[in-house]
Structure formats: C-alpha cells, structure tokens
Design a protein around this ligand. Structure first.
Ligand code: GLC
Length: 630
C-alpha cells in the first residue's frame, strides 16, 4: 500500500518539477532566438555591461585640462554605481597624440599626460577592489612614426627593415609616383615619401601612423608580446582597433600593388569613399590573425588561471565577415566582435520595423553558441542622442539592457550627453583637420569627445584648468551626474534601474528573445525563460500616443502585466498593473513590463499545453491513492 502511495506522490512531484519531461519545450516561434544552454554557467562577459572610457575626457586629476589615469581611479566607484562590469579604455600609451593616442610610440609604456605605470597599477588595484574589469585598447594596424621600430625601419636596421610596408614607388616617364592609388581613411594618398629611406611607406590613417607589415612574422610576434605584457599586468582583455585594415594585399610577382577600383557615388579624389577598398580592407588573413591573438589570451589563462580574458574587435565590415571573427569549428576568435548595426543601420527617421530588422539581423547571422552584443556609441560616432534623438536616449538604453548578450555604453550616453558643436578654430581631430572649414563638420569626431559632465561647477567638474582640451558642452548645468542623481527618472537613474534589473533577472540574462514591430511606431522585445518571469520591453519610437493590444502579437501573455521600469515620459508608475489588451504608450515612451506570477510564467513559456497533461497525472495519482487505500 505504501508502495502505491509513494508512486502516486512521485508521479505528481515529477510532473510538477520537470514539466519538460512530460513534453519537450516547444520553441514554436521561428523568430525566437536562444542564447544557449539554459543550465550552463554564463561567463562574466556574456551578460556584461561594458563602459567605454575615453581617458582624455573622463576626469582630469592634475588640472592640465586633459583627463588621466588618477582621474579614472578616483571616479571608478561611479561605474560601480551604474552597474558596470568592465570598462575599456581608449589608448593610454606613449604617443605624440597625432590621433589622440591611436598613434602609439611605445606600446608598453604609459603616456606621461595620462600618468605613470605606478598610476596604472594603482588603477588596477582600485578596479580589483570594486570588481570592475579593465580592458585595454590594442592598436595593431599601425604605430606612430615616432616609434623606435619605425625609426629603425626607416634606417634599414636589419631587425626592423621590414616592420612596415615600404615601396620605392612607380616610375613613369622618369617620374616617381606612389606605388598605388590607395587612399587614407583620413584623406589623401595612403603613401608617404620618406626622405631618409628613399621609399614610400603605407599609412591607412594619418601619415604619422605608418602601417605595420603583418606579412612579417617578427611583427606578429612583437605584437603578441604586447598582449602578453598587459595580460601580465592583470587586464581582462583588449578592444582591438581598426581590425579590417590590418592586412593589405601582398605585392604581385613584379612587386607591384594593384590599384583599387572607383566608387561612382564619390567625386572627391581625396576622400576615402572614392575607392572600393578591396585590397586594403577585410583581407582573409586578418581573421586568422585575430584567432592567433585569442590563442595568446587562452594560453595566458591556462598558465595563470582566473576568469576569461576577452577580445572585442572593432570591425566595420559586411556582416558575413564580422561573424567570422567569432571563430569557427576549429578556432576561437574574438568573444565579442562589436555589433555596430544600431549605429550603421538606424537613423532619426527609422521606424519600428527598421529597429526590428536591425536587431534580428545580428541575432540571425550570429553563429550558434556565440554571444550577442549591442553598441550604441563610441568616440568615433556622433552621440546616440544626436544620431537617433535626444528623446530616445532612455528607450535605447532600455533596448540594449534587455536584449540578450553584452552591451557597450560610451561614457556620457547614460546621462544623455549629446554632440557639442566645435568651431573650426577649436577643432583638433585629424580626421577633420585634414579637410577644410566648409566640410570639416562631416568628418570631425570632436563633438562626441568633449569632457564628461560631472557637476554644474567650473569645467563641469571635469577639471579645474582654465582651458580644457576640448570645450565643455553648454548644457552641462542640467546634464551632469550630480543633477541627474537627484531626479528619480533622469537618464542616469533609468540606466541604473535597468542594469539593476538585468543583474537580478535570469530571464534577461539567459532567456529566449522575440523581437517584433507591433506597428510602425512600437517595437516590442519579449524575453522569457522556463519557470521564470517573462519580460516585455516596449518602445514607442514616434510622437503619437499609441494604444496597443499585446495579446494580438503575444497571445500567450497574461491579461495583466506589472510595470518594472519607466521613463519620465511614462504615465504609469513602477509597480502598476497594466492591461495586456489595451496598453497606452505616451510619445517616445518606453517601458519594461513583467509577468506577475509563476503561474503566468509557466503559461507564457509555452507550457499551457502541459496543463491537460498535469490533469492526467493528477487523475493517475488519485487512482494510485484509491488503490493504496483499498
Ligand atoms: C579606430 C579608432 C579611431 C582611430 C582609428 C585609427 O577606428 O577607433 O579613433 O582614429 O582607429 O587608429
């Protein structure tokens, strides 16, 4: 009798706790995208909030008008307050600053303007205490022309002779011309004549940034050693700069470089867009090179233990190429090739269908088992508020915090900092200075690089210098950390709430994803996880009031949902219950909603079909009880 009772009890228990044993989990939406095995442990970077610090503009501790390492260390608790996991720092190495640190003269030395190696080590200690990981910028494509390697290469020192891409040029009618028609990203010929060596050298960026020659194994080894050096200092990984440019085609058997074909849409022969960069970008060798850097990181980890060291790759390339950087069946690549689609595919006038297409483009191209990431901005791109709308800052932060995978925030985007207009006279970015006063604004990256806005005091609390390296934004009295801390629904506080929620929620970390435009105006992102809450992020991209029936698009949602994050545009409050059949969104409003009980999370997880099965089990249990009591 006891035996029957036990069987009956176990049958009920089994079904209650393992509903999927009764029926396989039905993933019946073609557009659902999973982020991997539900049970598996997630690595720190897979759900991380990354934050990019542009050191020149973050915090100036010594009053010279330029940010520095001690400034970063001092303000690191602010990143903790935001909920940041790791920060990547734009270059902090010795540099003549022709491209503000992206022209490195010594790859293993700290630039005096940023501090000393002791300051860097101090920063690492502070970061460790706060449990914030430090990622450095690795700039492999080029060095500065003031780098020792370049000097020795120019002097034909046998050890460095082929460290850079040199060529005597083309002789035509007794006149010497550059070896090919290649154009620099920052305008004009990509070849510069060197008087000392009597040859041209290649520079895909400014002429003070000669390209390293990756066809030389010694260059590859030297750069791997740069990685090893900083790994030894305890960094958690690297953001790799300008990856698609690292290799260019090899010269042909007559030692000539081929010309690149023209683009019809560009009539300015000095402009980078004038040519199709089929020989200087996205060469297949580059992918393997990134894999070899990953191998350096993995070897370090095997030897020294600890958590994953990671690579984030800057690749503005066609999506099929970007995806190859993740790795393949036999080799691992960058854990996070940057997803720039939110930058390159969306504009101020994009509708919800465009947003849906952009998000799905990444998710659907991503190889199985890899981790997504979402980049809203960086030091090379107009600020997100200026690009997609000041009044869309919160909704975009909401989107990236509730999509699967990692997100990358550029400093100041959490405050809603926008582009600052910089006069031609104050312009310092080489990309703009290489143009002229009538077109420079199209090329300048200074507007997104202005000093961070901490307070409403002098220099926005960034510095106490009489002049900062770039002017301070005029809106700093309203848009700053101190002010925004006080307003419950400031951009800053919405950002913080989002990342708090993200940290607590298993669904947001590892749940499945469905992205849908509900109309031209409204985008919805549904995240769900078996036996956990379902979340719904809603963005009203347009200026009208929108009333939506969520059940039309998500029939398995419960009749009511709880509001968990709002913005200052919302009319509902956190904790309110809203009706799924008639939900109102204010102009440019955005909300995060959550299912209210575990029953509903069962139902919304596609488990409704399990309920009749449960009935059968209960009936069997009763039969068992009856038999046992006879
Ligand atoms: C990358 C950097 C950019 C720099 C360029 C050359 O694109 O993000 O700021 O100018 O590489 O190093």
């Amino acid at each position: 009798m006891i035996k029957y009772r036990l069987i009956a009890f176990l049958a009920v228990l089994l079904q209650l706790h393992c509903p999927t044993l009764g029926q396989p989990y039905p993933n019946y939406h073609a557009d659902f995208v999973g982020i991997g095995d539900h049970g598996a442990d997630l690595k720190w970077w897979q759900t991380a909030a990354f934050y990019q610090i542009y050191p020149r503009s973050f915090k100036d501790s010594n009053g010279d008008g330029v940010g520095d390492l001690n400034g970063i260390a001092e303000q690191l608790p602010y990143l903790k307050e935001l909920g940041i996991t790791a920060t990547w720092l734009s270059p902090i190495f010795t540099s003549p600053m022709a491209d503000f640190g992206y022209d490195i003269a010594n790859f293993t030395e700290i630039a005096p303007i940023f501090g000393t190696m002791a300051d860097f080590e101090h920063l690492m200690e502070v970061a460790k205490k706060l449990d914030i990981k430090i990622i450095l910028d690795f700039v492999p494509n080029h060095s500065s022309d003031e780098c020792e390697w370049f000097r020795r290469s120019a002097a034909r020192d046998p050890e460095f002779k082929d460290f850079y891409v040199w060529h005597p040029g083309r002789m035509e009618n007794g006149n010497r011309h550059p070896p090919s028609n290649w154009i620099s990203v920052f305008r004009g010929s990509a070849w510069q004549w060197h008087e000392g060596r009597q040859e041209f050298y290649l520079h895909q960026f400014v002429k003070k940034q000669p390209d390293l020659n990756y066809r030389n194994p010694k260059v590859r080894e030297t750069m791997s050693n740069v990685l090893r050096f900083w790994l030894g200092k305890g960094v958690a990984g690297f953001r790799i700069d300008a990856v698609p440019h690292v290799f260019e085609i090899a010269p042909d058997n007559q030692n000539q470089y081929r010309d690149e074909p023209r683009n019809d849409w560009d009539n300015d022969p000095e402009d980078y867009g004038y040519l199709q960069h089929i020989y200087t970008k996205d060469q297949p060798e580059t992918i393997d090179l990134v894999y070899s850097w990953r191998a350096v990181l993995d070897a370090h980890q095997r030897e020294h233990g600890g958590e994953d060291r990671i690579l984030m790759a800057e690749t503005y390339s066609p999506i099929d190429i970007v995806m190859q950087y993740y790795g393949n069946a036999t080799a691992e690549g960058a854990q996070l090739p940057f997803n720039f689609l939110l930058i390159s595919e969306l504009s101020n006038s994009s509708n919800a269908h465009a947003y849906e297409g952009t998000v799905l483009k990444w998710l659907q191209h991503m190889p199985k088992g890899r981790t997504a990431n979402w980049v809203l901005g960086n030091h090379d791109q107009p600020r997100v508020g200026s690009r997609l709308g000041r009044d869309r800052v919160d909704m975009l932060n909401m989107l990236t915090a509730t999509l699967p995978g990692a997100s990358v925030t550029y400093q100041g985007e959490e405050l809603g900092m926008t582009n600052v207009w910089i006069s031609w006279k104050d312009t310092v970015d080489p990309s703009a200075c290489n143009t002229n006063p009538s077109i420079y604004e199209q090329y300048s990256r200074d507007p997104e690089r202005t000093p961070f806005q901490w307070t409403d005091a002098q220099d926005a609390g960034f510095s106490n210098a009489s002049k900062t390296w770039l002017p301070i934004a005029v809106d700093y009295k309203e848009v700053n950390v101190e002010q925004e801390r006080q307003k419950p629904l400031s951009h800053l506080n919405v950002f913080k709430q989002l990342w708090q929620l993200r940290k607590q929620s298993q669904t947001l970390k590892r749940g499945e994803t469905e992205v849908k435009a509900l109309s031209d105006a409204v985008l919805a992102v549904k995240r769900y996880l078996e036996r956990d809450s379902t979340y719904l992020t809603l963005l009203n991209i347009y200026d009208g009031v929108e009333t939506i029936n969520l059940l039309q698009s998500f029939p398995d949602l419960p009749p009511q949902l709880k509001v968990v994050v709002v913005t200052e545009r919302s009319q509902v409050k956190v904790g309110d219950l809203v009706n799924s059949t008639s939900l109102q969104l204010q102009p440019k409003d955005s909300l995060v909603l959550q299912t209210t009980s575990s029953y509903y999370s069962y139902a919304t997880n596609g488990e409704t079909r399990f309920l009749p099965v449960l009935g059968v089990y209960l009936w069997l249990a009763q039969v068992g009880l009856y038999l046992s009591s006879r």
